[in-house]
Design a binder for this molecule. Structure first.
Ligand code: FES
Ligand code: FES
Length: 156
């Protein structure tokens, strides 16, 4: 049994520690926001935060998250940065089919935690490893930038 904290709650999974975290999230824990894209660290659809750091859950062994803190897009609405991102993406109509967005939103959460006022170039660089088959990156960058502005206005 492997236990870790998922979006603020302790969870336990009865699986081999060699299995990818993504399998446990989707198949055992029913957290479907995190997507399976390539399974090879090539698209970013599966990115989650482990102790605040973006990780590819498609290849991350479950044993690596034992007793760690995992955040997924399912829990975005529970925190200030996630809420700002959701509203900003809606306002900017960021994304098209949405498949890439859960991984991108987690990457953006890590970015805004570390750099509250990123430039567009910094945002684009942070998204370098995230594939968007719809070509929606321009709107996604606008969404992240808008969320940063909202957060900085709220902090004043
Ligand atoms: S599914 Fe993990 S990087 Fe593509
Ligand atoms: S919005 Fe469709 S893959 Fe990014």
């Amino acid at each position: 049994m492997i236990s870790f904290t998922l979006n603020g709650k302790t969870v336990q999974v009865d699986r081999s520690g060699d299995d990818p975290l993504l399998y446990a999230l989707r198949s055992d824990l029913g957290r479907m926001a995190t997507r399976f894209g390539c399974g090879q660290e090539q698209c970013g659809a599966c990115v989650v935060l482990v102790s605040g750091t973006p990780r590819y859950s498609c290849t991350l062994p479950l044993s690596d998250v034992e007793d760690a803190t995992v955040a997924t897009a399912d829990g975005l609405a529970d925190n200030r940065i996630g809420t700002a991102l959701i509203h900003a993406f809606e306002a900017e109509n960021a994304g098209q089919c949405g498949f890439c967005l859960s991984g991108i939103l987690m990457r953006a959460t890590a970015l805004l935690t570390e750099h509250p006022a990123p430039t567009d170039d910094q945002i684009a660089e942070a998204l370098d490893d995230h594939l968007c088959r719809c070509g929606a990156h321009p709107g996604i960058i606008k969404g992240i930038s808008r969320a940063a502005r909202t957060l900085s206005e709220g902090a004043r």
